[in-house]
Write a protein that binds this ligand. Structure first.
Ligand code: SF4
Length: 474
């Protein structure tokens, strides 16, 4: 706790933003010079939200005009959904409606309060190879270089006034300390109402009830401060039900990944998105189509890595600006079968199998929508002690018959960096599987040394193959 308070104090002091307006003006002119365009509001550069619309419109047109037979057919639905969501957000912004920020927190509750919800860090992810100016902006605002770069890029987006100014910020002590501190800093800097949620590290009826009470308190707090905000529990219930329908499909998709060889490629494993509520039926149709394609691949014997030698799990995050890593692994006969935070940890079905019952089962009665939302948050794999991640990871290793784990050591990620070595040792002791601790950043390409990354992955694939042979002959 003392360490957290110290970090909070340091981060807040970094966030005093001396000369902020000057910096914003300077950075805006510098950072966007490579993409100077006139947006529909007549600005001399394109707003991030409008550029998202353009980006996805071009992507959809390109895929339709020239479909790549090596990629999933379901991908077009994914990009159409992204286009619909970005159009919806751009319209929301133009109509002056409220946005809520929440990283790793109660998204659905903010939506049910009538806000369009953003995670600044997830928006940072979407910058991919274009994150450079926003990382620089975050640094110039005196957030330290060592901060996780997806958090830094998200802060840069907001501080450059390129994303949106939120009407409300929710933060949460799960699962990521940098997120929580970034949200606290932003709320202080932007002077917007914010609510910090205290999540217990245990998962039981008491801790879920405690969290549900806080969600209600947060809703009342927001209703009193954000014009027009009003909790709509029916909408919350609808959203949760849709997510459960998606979860059931996701669970079937996960089940098919146990097939050897894996029917899904590494890049698609990383890609499975959070549920998109703008068009829920289409979002469900996307998952149904994805599932169908998995079945078809297995029936027809068409696999991304036909001569699969080893099966890997990838954890935490990954370099988002290149597909070369996945291509390299494929070429060496290595399938990345599961990604720790790509549908694996967000799945209620998967978590239930790992020993985390739903709110209904915890309480022994139908749960209220807020209790349901609280249980979803509290059961996260990254919440609580490292043992929770460990139990989940071991169950994934068995379920998918894995041969090794790549722990992506995202620089500036205290949770990931402090747990990887413990996890690696315990998994090797229990299952005889090797781990690679691979240093890197998700967005900052200056850190990326492809020769070095390839050589580490090459060596690791051979190590996994040798360990596999030893297990088979033991
Ligand atoms: S990589 Fe780590 S520090 Fe960065 S957002 Fe994820 S959990 Fe937080």
């Amino acid at each position: 706790m003392a360490r957290t308070m110290l970090l909070l104090t340091e981060t807040l002091s970094h966030a005093k933003f001396h000369g902020a307006q000057f910096l914003i003006a300077t950075l805006q002119s510098q950072a966007v010079s490579g993409r100077a365009k006139i947006d529909s509001a007549g600005r001399d550069r394109m707003h991030y939200l409008e550029s998202e619309v353009e980006k996805y419109r071009r992507r959809v047109q390109k895929i339709k005009a020239n479909p790549d037979p090596t990629k999933l057919k379901a991908n077009i639905l994914l990009y159409e959904l992204a286009l619909e969501e970005s159009e919806h957000r751009w319209k929301w912004y133009q109509e002056g409606r409220p946005f809520g920020f929440c990283d790793g927190g109660p998204r659905n509750v903010l939506r049910a309060l009538g806000m369009e919800v953003f995670s600044s860090a997830a928006s940072g992810d979407r910058l991919g190879a274009n994150a450079g100016p926003y990382l620089e902006a975050g640094r110039r605002f005196r957030f330290h270089e060592s901060l996780c770069d997806r958090v830094l890029a998200g802060l840069g987006l907001v501080l450059m006034n390129d994303l949106v100014t939120p009407s409300f910020i929710a933060s949460c002590n799960y699962p990521c300390t940098p997120h929580a501190l970034a949200m606290a800093s932003l709320a202080a800097h932007l002077k917007v109402p914010s609510f910090a949620i205290d999540m217990s590290h245990e998962y039981n009826a008491d801790s879920v009830a405690y969290l549900a009470e806080q969600l209600l308190e947060m809703a009342r707090f927001a209703e009193a401060r954000v014009p027009g905000a009003k909790l709509d529990e029916k909408q919350l219930d609808r959203d949760q039900r849709n997510e459960k329908r998606a979860d059931a499909l996701l669970s079937q998709i996960q089940g098919l990944k146990a097939h050897i060889p894996s029917p899904v490629s590494g890049v698609d494993v990383i890609r499975i998105p959070r549920f998109q509520h703008v068009n829920p039926e289409k979002a469900l149709f996307y998952l149904e189509t994805y599932l169908q394609e998995m079945h078809e691949r297995i029936e027809r014997g068409v696999f991304p890595v036909p001569n699969e030698r080893v099966r890997l799990m990838w954890t935490i995050s990954a370099p988002l600006f290149t597909e070369n890593v996945w291509n390299l692994l494929h070429s060496r006969g290595a399938s990345v079968v599961c990604y720790e935070v790509g549908g694996e940890t967000g799945s209620e079905t998967v978590m239930e199998q790992a020993g985390f019952p739903s709110a209904e089962k915890l309480f022994g009665r139908p749960a209220t929508p807020l209790e349901d939302a609280a249980a979803d948050l509290a059961m996260g794999v990254w919440n609580g002690p490292v043992d929770r991640r460990l139990v989940h990871t071991i169950s994934m290793c068995k379920r998918y018959k894995l041969d090794g784990i790549v722990h992506f050591q995202q620089s500036g990620c205290p949770e990931g960096q402090s747990t990887a070595q413990i996890m690696a040792e315990r998994i090797e002791a229990e299952l005889g599987l090797p781990s690679l601790l691979l240093d890197g950043r998700m967005l900052d390409q200056e850190w990326y040394n492809e020769t070095q990354v390839f050589s580490q992955l090459d060596e690791f694939v051979e190590q996994c193959a040798a360990y596999k042979e030893m297990r088979q002959t033991a």
